[in-house]
Design a protein around this ligand. Structure first.
Ligand code: ADP
Ligand code: MG
Length: 481
């Protein structure tokens, strides 16, 4: 009977993706099956709730489809895990002392090297109460909450990891690194974490800052002899550090060095760190290796351009928020025109609704087209086609397009072919049979298998995952003609 569980999970893995699967489904264990009830165990309360709210339904559907039976579910929490993790014991180490005089010079890099002993700053033993210093609350955008963030397959991993961090900071996914193109919700998620923690864990001291502001504050602190205060704010009086657009400090040696030490101090003390960027850590030119390797320690999650369904849901929410009267048909039309950037999508709705209000006309599809004409044609100028994907993939792996379409099974050809099929499925609206046809008349089952394979391999082979990532980026940013 316990096979039901493992088989259902196996069946779901390709659909959910290896990463989501490993994070959320694998940790849930089946203890026993009693009559029509599955008794499961989750490692902790948070995982239990997340699984119940997000994946239980699909798992039960899958089981029903396989067994033609409906089951109820009881989920227990693994023993000893019901309470939040207790503070890990820290080896006693001297608290480093920074000489403010030293830091006042304009050469923070060399100084930070001098003043920092190899032992990191550690929390004092829990018995010794730290003096409470007034803590400045983070500046959070009032619009960016979890409640207003629309989930879709394009942002599922990042959104669920952000939520996990907000539930149990410092416990899982530390650091959390969220990356993706412009206007896809990274800042929104960062602020949502801040809001949630501020509301539910008011005792935590949160620092939320763009990397640019972090750098400016650092420079000012060094110049104005207030480095102690800076250091305290980010290393000592900080339980959660949220840094936006870290790519900004690439190549800024002193700031990178300072961030490195802030990172170490907080990480060692079990504090949560969340960082966003426009690309994966390893792709940031000029970023120190020791920093990129640390940013890779936890979970790296991407946000992609949203699919049509998500775009419509985002528009719908925005229309409700702004009390704009607009039909589903027009929303669908706008969502079809603006595909790659949520900020522009929202901007498009604002433009259309403002013009309509100014002219006193109802918002129709034609009206929306007339207002968005230029913007839409710019976006639509080069819709991504399977041919383009083949061209780009062939060039990337230095093979011929004819080989992608041909029958050769050599790994050097078969892998790129599978990747191209997978990208065609992910990035164009084409069906499996259509993709098969464009790849030299292959059967749709070949395409389905290729997609499954690449999904799984991405979780197993970092090099392949990096190749797919880079192709994806190339295809979704500058669309070749
Ligand atoms: P990024 O930091 O990735 O450039 P932002 O977080 O600033 O993007 O998002 C741009 C705009 O799009 C914001 O107004 C944000 O609220 C909105 N947005 C992005 N993704 C979503 C989403 N999934 N649901 C709702 N709003 C979103
Ligand atoms: Mg941003």
């Amino acid at each position: 009977m316990s096979n039901i569980w493992s088989e259902a999970l196996e069946g779901l893995e390709p659909r959910l993706g290896a990463q989501t699967f490993d994070l959320w489904l694998r940790p849930i264990a089946l203890d026993k099956v009693e009559a029509d009830c599955l008794h499961l165990t989750a490692p902790n309360r948070f995982m239990k709730e997340w699984f119940e709210n997000h994946y239980l339904g699909v798992v039960l559907d899958e089981i029903r489809a396989r067994t033609e039976r409906s089951f109820e579910v009881e989920i227990a929490i693994a023993e000893g895990e019901a309470e939040p993790r207790s503070e890990t014991a820290q080896a006693a180490a001297p608290v480093e002392v920074v000489d403010a005089e030293d830091v006042a010079s304009a050469e923070p890099a060399s100084l930070t090297a001098q003043v920092r002993p190899t032992a990191f700053l550690v929390e004092p033993a829990p018995t010794k109460k730290k003096p409470v210093r007034p803590h400045e609350p983070p500046k959070l955008s009032s619009r960016y909450h979890f409640e207003s963030f629309i989930h879709g397959s394009s942002n599922d991993l990042a959104a669920s990891a952000a939520w996990a961090v907000a539930q149990a900071p410092g416990e899982r996914f530390n650091p959390l690194f969220i990356y993706g193109g412009v206007g896809l919700g990274k800042t929104h998620l960062l602020h949502a974490i801040g809001h949630h923690l501020q509301e539910h864990r008011p005792e935590l001291r949160i620092a939320l800052q763009s990397a640019e502001r972090f750098m400016n504050e650092f420079i000012t602190a060094v110049r104005s002899n207030s480095f102690d205060e800076f250091r305290r704010r980010y290393r000592e009086d900080c339980d959660v550090l949220l840094i936006d657009d870290i790519q900004f400090i690439s190549g800024r040696d002193r700031t990178m060095d300072e961030f490195f030490h802030v990172f170490n101090a907080l990480y060692e003390a079990g504090k949560q760190i969340v960082v966003t960027a426009d690309r994966v850590p390893g792709d940031m030119q000029g970023m120190e290796e020791r920093l990129t390797s640390r940013l890779n320690w936890g979970l790296v999650a991407d946000v992609k351009a949203p699919d049509l369904e998500t775009r419509v849901a985002i528009l719908q929410q925005k229309a409700e928020e702004d009390a704009v009267e607009i039909s589903g048909e027009v929303l669908l039309h706008i969502a079809g025109l603006i595909r790659s950037n949520v900020r522009e999508l929202e901007g498009a709705l604002v433009r259309v609704s403002t013009f309509a209000a100014l002219k006193g006309v109802p918002i129709t599809v034609d009206f929306a087209t007339s207002v968005l004409g230029d913007q839409a044609t710019a976006e639509q100028a080069a819709p991504l086609t399977i041919e383009t994907i083949q061209k780009v993939v062939a060039a990337h792996f230095a093979i011929r397009i004819a080989d992608l379409k041909g029958p050769r099974r050599h790994k050097g050809i078969a892998r790129p072919r599978m990747i191209a099929m997978y990208l065609a499925r992910e990035l164009t609206p084409s069906s499996f049979p259509e993709i098969g046809l464009r790849f030299g008349g292959k059967d749709h089952s070949t395409v389905i298998n290729a997609c499954k394979r690449i999904r799984t391999l991405q979780g197993l082979e970092p090099e392949l995952a990096a190749n797919v990532q880079s192709l994806r980026r190339q295809l979704s940013s500058d669309l070749p003609d």
